[in-house]
Ligand binder design. Structure first.
Ligand SMILES: Nc1ncnc2c1ncn2[C@@H]1O[C@H](COP(=O)(O)OP(=O)(O)OP(=O)(O)O)[C@@H](O)[C@H]1O
Ligand SMILES: [Mg+2]
Length: 359
């Protein structure tokens, strides 16, 4: 390692330890190797791309929920002195990619070339691209992931992903798994795979004041104030929010928050990209009339889980009003895909709610 690389490596290690200290924790033993590996990557990036013989290797961090994977990659990005870095949510990337491809297709650029141009525009001059929450569940995902990796891995950008699945556990459904096998082999060949499977889901340990801004209120009665001090919407406040190419009916649209009903937001034909659009605009989202998820439709449950993911990822305050969504859903229930992800995130709101109820 050159002096310059050594300096940046040491600075990144120090940055990780300081960041943990500021949050009031110490690194978990399962985080030591990723910290070392990410710090080495920071060292490699101390040199301009043209000085390197090859692009630094891609990284794939995986582990169960709440092990600090997103924290590791976000802390790494924060500490990286270059502005040539980008963090994109997996679904967000596809949203932008589709828009870019549609734009270039309109301008008569053909198929693969349109994808290439859209990727180039999305990446700009970035050297590090972080994809948080990488996964694949159906045939459509398999195609997108394959295309994404083929397009990205040969560019001069280092890709870092986090996932709840080891590469060979991606696409867990045995009906579809074989569709992803070539991509899994590509990941195993081209990315360094790091296991971040410590024993603890840190979200279960977080103190109420760490809560991600989630809050869970009881069922509302007319004239009640919600626990977050919000006033329930009057009928005259009903409106619509323009999301991703569609209008979402809202019970109230206010300056700093929007108020939706579960039925309209999660049981209507909405998608992840709509939630991203709402999250771009409002720092707080209220979801009213939340049923136990056992009473929601399978699509309603999936959309709710996506909404929770978006809010957690974007630091959006999500206020749920209604029933405990997880009531009657035991850990390990197969009623909902990735239930443990949603349960881990909801633990952030369940705890203060219980304490509030005790007072
Ligand atoms: N070593 C640690 N000790 C205590 N808390 C930690 C530690 N590392 C991270 N955390 C905290 O744990 C919480 C969960 O971390 P994070 O969101 O990064 O988990 P994750 O592995 O990405 O989970 P998921 O797979 O569900 O996305 C965050 O609030 C984070 O600040
Ligand atoms: Mg995460």
């Amino acid at each position: 390692m050159t002096d310059r690389a050594q300096k940046q490596y040491a600075a990144m290690r120090g940055h990780f330890h300081r960041a943990a200290e500021q949050h009031g924790f110490t690194l978990d033993p399962a985080q030591e190797l990723p910290v070392e590996r990410l710090s080495r990557l920071a060292g490699e990036l101390a040199h301009p791309a043209w000085r390197l013989r090859r692009t630094p290797r891609h990284l794939y961090l995986w582990g169960p929920v709440g092990r600090g994977k997103s924290w590791l990659v976000n802390t790494f990005l924060d500490g990286l002195p270059t502005p040539r870095k980008r963090r994109l949510h997996f679904h967000d990337f596809f949203r932008r990619l589709h828009e870019g491809v549609a734009h270039h297709a309109d301008s008569r650029t053909t198929g693969g070339a349109a994808v290439d141009r859209a990727v180039d525009e999305l990446l700009g001059d970035c050297r590090i691209l972080v994809f948080d929450e990488f996964h694949a569940h159906d045939a459509g995902d398999a195609m997108l992931v394959a295309r994404l990796l083929h397009t990205l891995l040969d560019r001069r950008v280092t890709l870092i992903t986090t996932s709840n699945y080891p590469p060979d556990g991606l696409m867990p459904d045995p009906l579809y798994h074989h569709l992803l096998e070539p991509t899994i082999r590509l990941i195993e060949e081209r990315m360094d795979v790091l296991d971040v499977s410590g024993p603890v889901d840190f979200r279960q340990r977080s103190r109420p004041d760490d809560a991600h801004g989630f809050a869970l209120g009881a069922r509302l009665h007319p004239g009640d104030e919600t626990p977050a001090g919000l006033t329930p919407p009057r009928p005259s406040e009903a409106g619509a929010v323009v999301a991703h190419h569609r209008e979402l009916p809202a019970r109230a649209v206010r300056d700093d928050h929007v108020w939706f009903g579960f039925q309209e937001l999660c049981e209507g034909r909405t998608s992840f990209t709509d939630y991203l659009a709402v999250a771009d605009r409002f720092p707080t989202i209220v979801l009213d009339a939340v049923p136990p998820l056992t009473d929601a439709s399978p699509d309603g449950r999936r959309r709710f889980a996506n909404l929770v993911d978006v809010c957690c990822d974007r630091d959006i305050r999500l206020i749920l009003i209604g029933a405990d969504p997880l009531a009657g859903l035991p850990t390990g229930s197969t009623l909902m895909r990735d239930l443990d992800r949603t349960a881990s995130r909801l633990a952030l709101l369940r705890r203060p709610a219980r304490e509030a109820a005790a007072h």
